[in-house]
Design a protein around this ligand. Structure first.
Ligand code: UN1
Length: 494
């Protein structure tokens, strides 16, 4: 399994440059894997599957338990790597590694709970049961903003389910991926020889590597995290070969602040949800509907929070807001704000912050009061922009809340039980995550993570997400001595 990772030379001229958003400067150059190496990696994984599927699941869980131990030991280093490559604050970098540890702990327990049902048969002397078998090679495609946790949400489950993994990380964050693989290799070395070569591999390269995984009939499941644009390409291509897919795509997430809300609690949650990770989470809060009766309290308080938030270098400070990933992200933010202004929006904040050099892009988060939900409010812009709108009727606010793509995460702030239950009901939030009195981001791994709209409904991590990494067989066993009726057919069995 180390063979492919070890083929990466960290100082190859003409290779793929890895730029840290913290400084805007290159921190490494990697040789990318050739198409032949990508094919070879998939072949090795397919071979590994034949062996790994026969290792008893609790034993497979033991590997993930050892991996969690290694992750605990490497937590500081990995967290710092996340800060260097993705520009996250130290606490967010460490938080991401903690999510990896959490899903490993979850998966260890799961390795003893891959239950199937026993089903009452309508036929006398028959028993039916459901068996869950390993699925095959899992291809993972991940995004820059969470450079390690989503890989682990998938990999920990895939490994206990009996599936090898081949990972294509974002071109922007391959070093974190190689570091994760190195940590897993330590666990594999301790585990023993029943871990086949090729159980986990990292492939460094551009879209062509992802395409090779997507199109390979040897890859049973593609689990991809990224933009809806990427999902629209991946989904149909995997479907065309009848492969399985988990898509974890964008979110245009919103909160609703009701008249009875605990405003202190709401403001803290909104500030963190909208500004944390510089708005570069799929769970970032991007829209806010505030009841007219509290609008003039909430919006000035938010303006104050926005004006005072610290924007800074994540390697030197614990500022809540670090850099945008690159110049393109900065441009998209500017375009969205310009469009909002042209539609009558009032923009507070949003200017470039004087941190880092000319090629680093730090911004002050933007709060935008909008007269209506239109233009950029309907889109996910991967930057810290929160659009605020006033409402008077909760049903209308819920309608507006649901009138966008995404459908990933949502929050209501209320102490009124009717409002809360309405938001959580069938006519409430249409998102995969519907929260009460907490923000949209920070989902725990215990809940299946994913959205319900413009995401393919994919779910990874907790709950019963493991089923996607396995195949189900229904077995019928006839233990009766009565011969089945086979009208008109004569059997001669001597
Ligand atoms: C993402 O933004 O891609 O809920 C994932 C959260 C994190 C996961 C976000 N646990 O914000």
């Amino acid at each position: 399994m180390a063979a492919v990772g070890a083929a990466v030379d960290l100082s190859v001229a003409g290779g793929m440059a890895v730029v840290s958003p913290v400084s805007g400067e290159a921190v490494a150059t990697l040789r990318t894997h050739t198409p032949a190496e990508v094919d070879a990696a998939i072949d090795v994984a397919a071979e590994a599957f034949r062996a790994w599927r026969m290792v008893p699941p609790p034993r497979r869980g033991e590997l993930v338990r050892l991996f969690a131990e290694e992750l605990r030991a490497a937590k500081e280093d990995l967290g710092r790597m996340v800060s260097i490559e993705a520009g996250k604050s130290p606490s967010e970098g460490l938080g991401e590694v903690q999510e990896m540890i959490d899903i490993c702990d979850f998966a260890v327990g799961l390795s003893r709970q891959l239950y199937g049902l026993t089903i009452a048969s309508e036929r006398p002397g028959h028993r039916m049961m459901e068996t869950w078998h390993p699925l095959g090679v899992v291809g993972l495609i991940t995004a820059f903003n969470f450079p390690c946790a989503p890989w682990c949400w998938n990999a920990a489950l895939a490994l206990v389910c009996g599936d090898p993994v081949v990972w294509k990380p974002s071109e922007k964050t391959p070093l974190t991926a190689l570091a994760c693989q190195a940590v897993l290799d330590r666990a594999i070395a301790r585990f023993g020889s029943d871990a086949p070569a090729g159980l986990s591999q990292v492939l460094v390269g551009g879209p062509e590597v992802g395409e090779a995984l997507v199109d390979s009939p040897k890859v049973a499941l593609i689990s991809a995290t990224g933009s809806t644009r990427m999902g629209r390409i991946v989904g149909p291509r995997v479907a065309a070969r009848f492969g399985k897919c988990i898509l974890e795509l964008g979110g245009n997430n919103a909160g609703i602040v009701c008249p009875s809300a605990d405003l202190d609690m709401a403001l803290r949650a909104i500030a963190f949800g909208a500004m944390g990770t510089a708005g570069q989470r799929c769970t970032t809060m991007r829209r806010l509907f505030v009841h007219a009766s509290v609008y003039d309290t909430v919006v000035p308080a938010l303006k104050k929070a926005y004006a005072s938030v610290t924007v800074g270098n994540p390697l030197e400070t614990d500022a809540l807001v670090g850099p945008l990933i690159d110049g393109r992200a900065y441009e998209s933010m500017g375009e969205a704000l310009e469009e909002a202004r042209s539609l009558g929006g009032t923009v507070h904040g949003g200017a470039r912050a004087e941190v880092g050099g000319a090629s680093a892009y730090y911004v002050h988060p933007a709060l935008v009061e909008m007269p209506a939900q239109e233009g950029p409010v309907l889109r996910e812009t991967f930057a810290p922009i929160l659009y605020v709108m006033k409402y008077t009727d909760l049903d209308a606010a819920i309608e507006a809340h649901n009138a966008v793509g995404g459908g990933l995460s949502s929050s209501i702030f209320t102490t009124d039980m009717r409002e809360m239950e309405t938001f959580l009901s069938a006519r409430g939030s249409d998102c995969g995550i519907a929260n009460v009195n907490i923000g949209t981001s920070g989902a725990e791994i215990g809940g299946a993570f994913g959205g319900e709209k413009e995401t393919g409904g994919g779910r990874e991590s907790g709950s019963d997400a493991w089923r996607a990494y396995m195949r189900r067989a229904t077995n019928t066993i006839n233990y009766s001595s009565a011969l089945p009726l086979a009208q008109g057919v004569v059997f001669d069995i001597g």
